[in-house]
Design a protein around this ligand. Sequence first.
Ligand SMILES: [Zn+2]
Length: 409
Amino acid sequence: MADRFFPNEMPDFIPETPESSASERSEDSLTKLLSLPYKTLAERLNRAALDLKQTVVKETWGSSGRRVHDDCILYTGVLGTAFLLFKAYQISNNKDDLNLCSQIVKACHTASRSSGCVTFICGQAGVCALGAVVAKHSGDERLCDQYLTKFKEIKLPKDLPNELLYGRAGFLWACSFLNKNIGKDTISSSRTRPVVDEIIKSGRRLANKGRCPLMYEWHGKKYWGAAHGLAGIMHVLMDMELKPDEVEDVKGTLRYMIKNRFPSGNYPSSEGSGSDHLVHWCHGTPGVALTLVKAAEVFGDEEFLKAAVDAGEVVWNRGLLKRVGICHGISGNTYVFLALYRLTGKVEFLYRAKAFACFHLDKSQRLISEGKMHGGDRPYSLFEGIGGMAYLFLDMTVPSEARFPAYEL
Ligand SMILES: [Zn+2]
């Protein structure tokens, strides 16, 4: 696996044709999938998603004796399975998915009480916030309130970093998730504003009147990507009520990134890095692209729309990764095209999302078994494994509603 990605040899566009005429032609299986009417393809993706979901549940929950052992976080642990089940419930309205999801979140809650991490993706906030939303959907107001009470008891350490996976931005994202899914002001601005203030203050301090208005550090590096850096922090800030000078700093930070991207169009993983290798959600263009789409949605500026479309080209050419997951795999990169489709309504972006998803459906499991593709360090997890693939396939069935899990609201 010398290269990180497969060369993208898929055609720029394949029109959909009636199923009967497609099956008569002697095309390869991927071209046939891409020619299907969308409704037929969505049914296939849905079936594949439900099969994958069964496997994920069996491997992460059934085989562990329905108990949480070591890992209850959303990124690699069984809370990711719960998040996938909640998505399946939202798509199919199957109450069994909701009930199982609720059981898993309860087990995670018991196991995670001593966790020091306060974010949605890697910590306690994810357990309490998902628990509250699932309880609301189950009609259990009392349980919903219990989870909310626990959420409100979460204390943020003074030395918390600012990034998404372990820091302040990851806590704020959980607040936005609750406000979107339970009701406006479920978590009021009196709770979020001091956290926003801290993020802005530390960003300005480290930028120190440099060329970029906001800058952050995590483990000694000034990261740019979604997981640990600027893209993730700016993404979350845009969901907050910002003061005019803060809006200008967010815009200025994004403009700085656009101006200083690599000549190839890819974005560096950290400030000053000359290594143009990573095209992942966590590091590189895909995570930045989702932030640029959001900036275009929130601010309406043409420059962000153009940069988002440019970023989409990089992902099309170099984003067919030899990994399956959401964080650094084909599943996550597909969401760039879904976001561009939502933003522009252009069918070419839906085609590109379809092409990545169909490549996945047609080839990934065979390529993994042949050792030509990596199945993830945690092969059933949401962010690294086939949990993310199942989540993507479910989202592909209603593409206008698709959202990168635990990142796009
Ligand atoms: Zn990653």
